[in-house]
Design a protein around this ligand. Structure first.
Ligand code: MN
Length: 231
């Protein structure tokens, strides 16, 4: 193959306790997957099947970095999330078989330009500029499910400058990891390296320049991000 210019190397995320990197193919995100968060966003959690949006693979950022406050927003938000990493391709996956497609789990922070997202929602336009901007997916080291199994309960929490902002349990997910994988695989064929950000609990709010944001999930450690000056 003779490329007309050098292709960009794949985006990658860290793998716990190794120097290996996991190549990212796509990032799928579940909208409103905790009832209390759906309510704080002004929607009814009981009547909605899960819906998905995406971020580009190269939106990923490692933990323990400073990222610039992104452009075009006055309301950057954090969102603590459990991230599922797909290791085995699959389409029309049955719920009972879903977990066999998982390579591992990580902690994520689904950074959101909330003003742009809500403006798009009101105008019935796509969410991309609110959700899919550069460095919008902070993803911690991936814990291999072969070693840790499949987390079904545990506290998911987020602090800003040490102050607790989100505090829930992954048992509160409206749609479980197994259900999400099955439902998504009926729309698209899942591929190795696909990440699924499973949604955020209630308590979303702003980050400003100089803030330090830490997301923790029982069994998966924590990820830390500092917000630098506006880009
Ligand atoms: Mn989210």
């Amino acid at each position: 193959m003779n490329y007309v210019f050098k292709p960009t190397p794949p985006a990658t995320v860290a793998v716990l306790e190794t120097t290996d990197r996991l190549p990212v193919r796509r990032i799928f995100c579940v909208g409103r997957n905790y009832a209390a968060h759906a309510r704080e966003m002004g929607t009814d959690p009981d009547r909605e099947p899960p819906f998905f949006f995406t971020k580009p693979a190269d939106a990923v950022v490692d933990s323990d970095l400073t990222i610039a406050y992104p452009p075009q927003t006055k309301n950057l938000h954090y969102e603590a999330e459990l991230v599922v990493v797909i290791g085995t391709a699959g389409r029309n996956v049955m719920e009972t078989d879903s977990l066999s497609h998982v390579w591992g789990y990580a902690i994520g922070n689904d950074l959101t330009r909330r003003d742009l997202q809500l403006q798009a929602r009101e105008q019935r336009r796509p969410w991309d500029m609110g959700k899919a901007f550069d460095k919008s997916a902070i993803i911690g080291p991936v814990h291999q499910s072969e070693k840790i199994g499949h987390p079904t309960e545990g506290i998911i929490s987020l602090t800003v400058n040490g102050e607790m902002k989100q505090n829930a349990n992954i048992t509160e997910l409206i749609w479980s990891v197994s259900e999400i994988i099955s439902i998504l695989s009926h729309s698209i064929k899942l591929q190795p390296g696909d990440l699924i950000m499973t949604g955020t609990p209630a308590g979303v709010g702003p980050l400003v320049e100089g803030d330090t944001c830490i997301v923790s999930i029982d069994g998966l450690g924590q990820i830390k991000t500092t917000i630098g000056p506006r880009f």
